[in-house]
Ligand binder design. Structure first.
Ligand code: 5AD
Ligand code: SF4
Length: 452
């Protein structure tokens, strides 16, 4: 009988994709279980992007360490970005961690685990300039069998001054296009209808002569019924060619996540973002000119080193000018070892950071609401993903399902039940929906007509 493995994942989509690689590497020895209390091995796949993310993991590790006292045979491993950043400090801490493995060393897990079984601690945090895991078929852990991640490149060497990622994930490297296209084709054959191409810097993908726009063309050509998304792009690598490929293929979703970080050119320079406000706004105009209906979302950091009220107001004014559909918004969190932590004092007081963040969040709520209101009355094609959180409509008692628009907005709708008890509209169907109303976070629609 195989041993039991529980994986808990924190952080970005790349980490979720990496957990699928971990599960695949350990499949010969371990069965995945949904509940950690019965596991023989717990792996925590971690994120170092902000202090708060690490704190959450530390709290969780305390719980797992306490569980180990009750279940002495159980092993605890920490993998991902925190493993890379904190290395053997983790093995020396009071937490009883058996195994520390960085993001490029997952292939050594079986060997390290046999060392752990022999009573030693296992550690491998070597970064690689080549590892992409391109030959390892991920074990899909997503919540539906419709939408999957495909990791296409790893690492980042942009060295934004605040960011720990280049230190925890190493240099940029891209997978061969053939392996990516084959993975997407195989998913489509299995019934998947959406793939999200992932990378820390997805649009700086480069394999020989092929760039990201060329790769998108290949993946989008697999079938008009396979939706293609990508995340996360760096504005500096958002080429005109990529914009025109997006506009050309109806199955490439009209949604771009384009982290701006700040609306102030002075801050952007200090952050080493390699673009300024005007350049970013020009990219937004280029997107809108080619795809007037494109959803645009962003990441924003409040209170980076030396940020003045004027800089902050420029962030607010840029947000209004772009009219983002949604945003992830953060307080600056100093990360040890980054350029900013070595050269700039973290000098915006905590209460000022918090107030600015709250202003940014309040403005985004307004913008998201406006964006949703603009959609009321319009018709969208959605891909049905599953039951809605509420499961049944309060108004009609009908089963409620949800899907996503190309722009990546969730639309909830009433489903029907066939005489045999199955749903009229199934997960994986494409439907035309008319949006009837909206809340700040969700659209509500009615089905116009099913489509093949
Ligand atoms: N502090 C706060 N936010 C950060 N991010 C990256 N590093 C930090 C940091 N040190 C944010 C950026 C990035 C997103 C993934 O996390 O906005 O785009
Ligand atoms: Fe971090 Fe900048 Fe790389 Fe994104 S592009 S992972 S923010 S260093």
């Amino acid at each position: 009988m195989k041993a039991r493995l529980f994986i808990e994942t924190y952080g970005c989509q790349m980490n979720f994709a990496d957990s699928e690689i971990l599960a695949s590497i350990l499949q010969p020895q371990y069965d995945l279980v949904p509940d950690y209390s019965q596991a023989d091995l717990i792996l925590v796949n971690t994120c170092s992007i902000r202090e708060h993310a690490e704190q959450r993991v530390f709290n969780r590790l305390k719980e797992f360490s306490a569980l180990k006292k009750k279940r002495p045979g159980m092993k605890l491993g920490l993998v991902g970005c925190m493993a890379e950043r904190l290395k053997d400090d983790l093995l020396r801490s009071e937490l009883s961690i058996d195994l520390v493995v960085g993001p490029d060393a997952y292939r050594s897990l079986p060997r390290l685990l046999s060392e752990v079984e022999a009573g030693q601690k296992g550690i491998d945090v070597l970064l690689s300039e080549e590892e992409t895991y391109q030959d390892i078929p991920p074990v899909r852990l997503g919540s539906n069998n419709i939408s999957a991640f495909i990791s296409i490149m790893r690492g980042c060497q942009n060295y934004c001054a605040y960011c720990v990622v280049p230190y925890t994930r190493g240099k940029e490297r891209s997978r061969d296009a053939r392996t990516i296209v084959e993975e997407a084709e195989s998913l489509f054959r299995q019934g998947y209808r959406e793939v999200t191409l992932l990378g820390q810097n997805v649009n700086s993908y480069k394999a020989g002569e092929l760039d990201f726009a060329g790769l998108m063309r290949q993946v989008a050509s697999i079938s008009p019924l396979l939706r293609v998304r990508f995340s996360t792009s760096h504005p500096k690598d958002l080429s005109d060619e990529l914009i025109s490929v997006m506009a050309e293929y109806p199955n490439i979703c009209k949604a771009i996540h384009l982290p701006v970080q700040s609306g102030s050119s002075a801050m952007l320079k200090k952050m080493n973002r390699k673009y300024d406000r005007d350049w970013y706004l020009e990219r937004i105009r280029a997107i809108r000119a080619a795809m007037p209906d494109c959803g645009i979302s962003t990441d924003i950091i409040a209170g980076f080193c030396g940020e003045t009220e004027e800089d902050h107001r420029e962030t607010l004014s840029l947000m209004r000018e772009v009219g983002y559909d949604s945003a992830f918004m953060f307080k600056y969190s100093e990360r040890p070892g980054t350029f900013a932590s070595r050269h700039y004092p973290d000098d915006v007081p905590e209460e000022v950071k918090l107030r600015r963040l709250n202003e940014i969040i309040a403005l985004q709520q307004e913008l998201s609401q406006e964006s949703n209101r603009r959609d009321v009355g319009k018709v969208f094609e959605i891909l049905v993903e599953g039951e809605s959180k509420k499961k049944t409509s309060q108004a009609t008692g009908a089963p409620q399902y949800f899907g996503r628009t190309s722009q990546n907005k969730v639309v909830v709708f009433d489903n029907g039940i066939l005489p045999d008890g199955s749903m009229v509209h199934k997960v994986g169907d494409y439907l035309q929906l008319k949006v009837l109303s909206c809340s700040p976070a969700t659209l509500f629609g009615e089905v116009l007509s099913p489509q093949a």
